[in-house]
Design a protein around this ligand. Structure first.
Ligand code: KG4
Ligand code: ZN
Length: 343
């Protein structure tokens, strides 16, 4: 089966083409970073309008790259939530109309399911069951993943997501949007430990996270009497170390609790080099395998949506053929049904 995937939940328009026998055939992403940069964050209305401009050309490019005619498609998957309502509506409207026109089914995909399954796109994919550390701009969750649609929440953040903490802290110290990667780059020039930041909830005895206090601690540090702006890199390094310490400790606690030996890291913060180093270091000592999506599949993309839809279709899910749709800007992953239950 050949499945087209459409992602438009936030500030990337992504299109992927996944073949359930041959794997990913092609994908294209258009990032709106330049569009939102001057506003210091994502402007929802601008995001929606840009998705409108990009989605059709990206679909054409993706199909052309794989030499695939629209008539060869068997289904279309699209991100129906969570995300920005207007942005989601663009992808949903396009996908449902396109599928309806072609007489093939359309399937509403949960964005986080796309992230969770994205490591399966790599050449050496993980086997179920595994523990997933999902760290994106909107979510920080630990999950037990036993199969497609079988996700058990083990713990999550009680306030800011890890990516959100990176973005907000970056803004505090004057870095441009998107702050996460910029903060990580700056941290590379600094030394962790020169400042002392807290490791929130490190010893809470559960798998919950909290990151909003860290941002406040950074703000306090920059207001101190001895603060010099040239200390930004050291502060960034300590911030990154604090987030990494907590994420790594809780991920390994989740492995211990579940008795599983495979960890999968997904979402934009999964691109962070220090986090990867730390997890690999800890895994080596404990004979744990850690899988990461390829860097291009860590941030939002259409390939992971095509994959999630393809796996669900392959497991018998039918999708819809009526061209009707509704998006779910807030859609808890716990409400997602396994494919056989939804079919
Ligand atoms: O998964 P994603 O692309 O979008 C969401 O679904 O949220 O994640 C984006 C988040 C942003 O908060 C961004 O700052 C963060 O991932 N991020 C990073 C890095 N690259 C992206 N955070 C830390 N280090 C990075 N290298
Ligand atoms: Zn995402």
């Amino acid at each position: 089966m050949r499945i087209l995937g459409i992602e438009s939940s936030c500030d990337e328009t992504g299109v992927g083409l996944y073949d359930t026998e041959r794997g990913l055939l092609a994908h294209r992403v258009h990032s709106q970073i330049a569009l939102h940069a001057e506003y210091g964050g994502v402007v929802p209305e601008l995001a929606s309008r840009d998705h409108v401009r990009r989605v059709v050309p990206l679909v054409r490019e993706t199909l052309a790259a794989a030499d695939c005619a629209p008539s060869e498609l068997d289904g279309v998957g699209y991100t129906a939530g969570p995300g920005l309502a207007g942005a989601l509506l663009v992808g949903a409207a396009f996908a449902e109309a396109y599928a309806f026109g072609l007489g093939i089914p359309a399937l509403a995909v949960h964005h986080l399911e796309g992230h969770l399954l994205s490591p399966l796109l790599s050449a050496d994919p993980p086997q179920f069951p595994f523990v997933a550390l999902l760290v994106s701009g909107g979510h920080t969750q630990l999950m037990r993943v036993s199969g497609v649609g079988a996700y058990e929440l083990l713990g999550e953040t009680v306030d800011d997501a890890a990516g959100e903490a990176f973005d907000k802290t970056a803004k505090l110290i004057g870095l441009d949007y998107p702050g996460g990667p910029a903060l990580a780059r700056l941290a590379g020039d600094g030394v962790a430990g020169k400042f002392k930041l807290p490791r929130p909830m490190l010893h809470s005895g559960d798998l919950q996270f909290s990151f909003s206090g860290l941002k406040t601690a950074v703000l306090t540090a920059t207001k101190g009497p001895n603060w010099q702006p040239d200390q930004c890199a050291d502060l960034a390094a300590e911030f990154q170390e604090a987030v990494t310490d907590v994420l790594a400790a809780k991920a390994f606690a989740a492995l211990k609790q579940t008795g599983l030996r495979t960890l999968v890291v997904a979402g934009g913060v999964g691109a962070n080099r220090r986090l990867r180093e730390r997890l690999n270091e800890m895994a080596g000592r404990r004979r744990i395998r850690v899988h990461y999506p390829e860097l291009e599949f860590c941030s939002d993309n259409g390939a992971m949506i095509a994959l999630a839809a393809g796996l669900r279709f392959a497991l018998g899910e039918k999708g819809s053929r009526e061209g009707r749709f509704a998006v779910r800007p807030r859609w808890p992953l716990s409400e997602l049904l396994p494919p056989n239950a939804a079919a």
